[in-house]
Structure formats: structure tokens, C-alpha cells
Design a protein around this ligand. Sequence first.
Ligand SMILES: [Zn+2]
Length: 453
Amino acid sequence: MSGADLDLVVRARRAVVDGAVRPCSVGVRAGRIVAVTAYEATLAADEVTDVAADEVTDLAADEVLLPGLVDTHVHVNEPGRAEWEGFATATAAAAAGGVTTIIDMPPNSIPPTCDVTALEVKRKSAEGRCQVDVGFWGGAIPGNAAELRRLHEAGSFGFKCFLLPSGVDEFPPLDEAGLELAMREIAAFGGLLIVHAEDAREIGEPPPGPGYAGFLRSRPPAAEQRAIEMLLETAARTGARVHVLHLSSTGALPAIGAARARGVRVSVETCPHHLSFAAEEIPDGATWFKCCPPIRDAANRDALWAGLRDGPIDCVVSDHSPCTADLKTDDFAGAWGGIASLQLGLPAVWTAARPRGVPLPEVVEWMSARPAALCGLAGKGALAVGRDAGMCVFAPEDSFVVDAAALQHRNPVSAYDGKRLTGAVRRTWLRGRPVAGDGHSEPAGRLLRRTEW
Ligand SMILES: [Zn+2]
């Protein structure tokens, strides 16, 4: 031990601090940020890293220090469907992508996270295997309203529900009466409901075959609009706080903005793939682009960007929902829906943001501070005194071609395979400790409870 005040100082000529890019030095003690000073300030530490002068970084002048990203929409699938994804591989992918906190979705593991016993099964499965911090959403399904408060008290960050079949029998949807019941219960203890908002009455049978257009037509914008309008009405009536997951169609944005203006507590996310791809460009049989709600046309994509920049869309999270390669058949009706992208979120969004003139701090706000705020993770989401020292280094001028087989998540399937992305994540720290991003660092990720992070 050197007797220095700090464990680590990261000096950066460019860092995203308080919504702007500026030089600073970040001091870390016991995993927390305890100083954000001028770049030139002399801080004594056991280890000093200069982001823009380190020999491992040949594009050093372009590197920017960011707060670790927070991805609140990740399907880990373990236990039960560990061949699709698991805690070791998902958190390695997160670390490689600059994501230092993930919140796991309840539906695809067995058992699904719909009671406290299942939550503890999940935690046991994750224990000692995570490269980054992991929290857990619970599930709201028919018949478990009495479990919701217990899950809340056991540390679930909120509750996911579907309004139409989820794709797995263990996680059935809520009908309108079930939604109302769940929302009254959740409002009573100040919880949060997060919703897959598509209405089954607007959804058709997709035609079998490799064409994307028929699948897209089977899940029209009206399905999202109708579900979201019903959700907003129920939220207004019950006072529950709600969050719209993976918004694809922008049709409901005016209704969301109006509800928010009336005092309804509603937030909205969209995903990197909705911001990156357009239906017109999806080749026949390319079912790695299949997700629900679906990727829509380029005009809708532009409107999503406007909804992010001008409101009311709050945040961008991955909806990383992988499966084994054999489930991605070339039939859009039968293939499993879900896009694997946990490691690529920041470069994917930056690739589309930069030509639109979006500054990097705005992207970081969508992918770090806002998702942290959604979950009440007051210790995450910023380079600021008192926060966890989750950090990453991003080189926004670098570029690379995605090789799905080289990504850290379990199965070599990704909609971004072969695509050139702008911006590369170079380094990640979890609470001030470097995480290699190859899955071989000590698994120092903590399991987060809503009440203790
Ligand atoms: Zn999802």
C-alpha cells in the first residue's frame, strides 16, 4: 500500500460530466467516486490512469471517459433456458460494451421471476458469476397480484407484464381486469409496472415464409397504439407508475406526451435496433431482425429519433433477447423473436446518432442516467461524487465490423453481424476495478436489490 488517499485516479482530456464533454480527473475510493476535479489537479492514488495518454490506446486523443451504461432490459434466461443465454456470458458481453449494470427480465427463465422463491432461485444462479452488477425485474401474471408486494420488498425493481401471449407458456399475459388489479396493487406500495404494450386484437397471423413484409403487417402500429392508450387510461385511474417497453411505433407518442402533461406517471424506452434498422432493408429469411414489436419503416425510425430528442421517449436500452441459432429459422412466422445486442448498444446508437448531429452526452444520458433513474439507482448513471465508479472509455471516431461469433454473449447470432459500426468501447471499470470484457475477470458484479445498491 502506498498510503495514497485514493485507490484510483482516471485523468481524461475528454469526459462526459454534467451533460457536456470536458477534461477532468475522477478520484475513486472503495469503489465510489469521491472527487471530480480539474484535469491538472494533483490527486495522490495507488494507481493513476490517463485515458488520453495510455500506451494501450493508439487513438488516445479520441477517447472519452463515460459513466458506465445501465441496461434495464436484458433477458438472461438462466436458469431454465441457459442454452439461450446465461449470467456469465451476458455480463461479459455487458462489460465488453461498457455496460456496468443490467436488470434482468423475468419471462424466459424457468421458473419465471413471479414470486420470491423464483427470485431467490435466480439470485442463486447468478451468485458469484457476474462481471457487472445485476438487478432483477419481477413479473405480473394472472393470479400473482398478492406476490407483487412481497417481490417489491425482496428487492425486485418493478414488474413486467404482457398484454398478449409472451411466447412462453410459463409467462401468460394479463387481461384488462388483471392489469387493473396489478396496477392498483402496485400503486398501493409505490412500485413500477413495465409493459410489453401490444394489443392482441390488432394482431394477425403472420404468413409463413421468409418475407419480412407479411410479418410486419401482422403487427401493425395500431396494436401498440391501442395497448398504450388502454395502459394510460388504467394508469390515470389507478395512479400507478408505468413504463412502456421497447416502443417501436411512434403513433402513440402524442397520447403519451398528453398523459404525462396531465400528471400520469409514464416513461418510455426504445431500442438500438428500432433506431438503427428499417423494414425496407431487411432481407428475406433474415430472422435475426425479428422482434416484437417489429422494426418498422425508415419514416417511423426518423420519428423515433425525434421522439428521443424532443420527448417523450426517455431512454434507450437493448432488449437483448437471444436464443440458440436453430430457433432463428428462415420463416418469419415461426422463428423466435428477439435481437441480441447487449455488447453493441452504444456503438449501434452512436453510429445512427452521429450523422444526425446528436452530441455524445445526449446519447449517454439516454443510455446511462435515464435508465438508472427509471430503476431508482441513485448511485449509478453519472461521473459525479458519491456515485459508484462504474466507467467506460469510448472511442467515438473508431469503427469496426461486427463479427457475431466474436461477441461475448452465448450464441453467435446478432442482427448487427457484418455491419460496420462507428465508435468502440475500449475499457470498462466496475466500481473502480478494470473488467476485461472477455469474461475472464474475477466475477465482482453484485446482485442488486431495489433497496440497496
Ligand atoms: Zn424484452
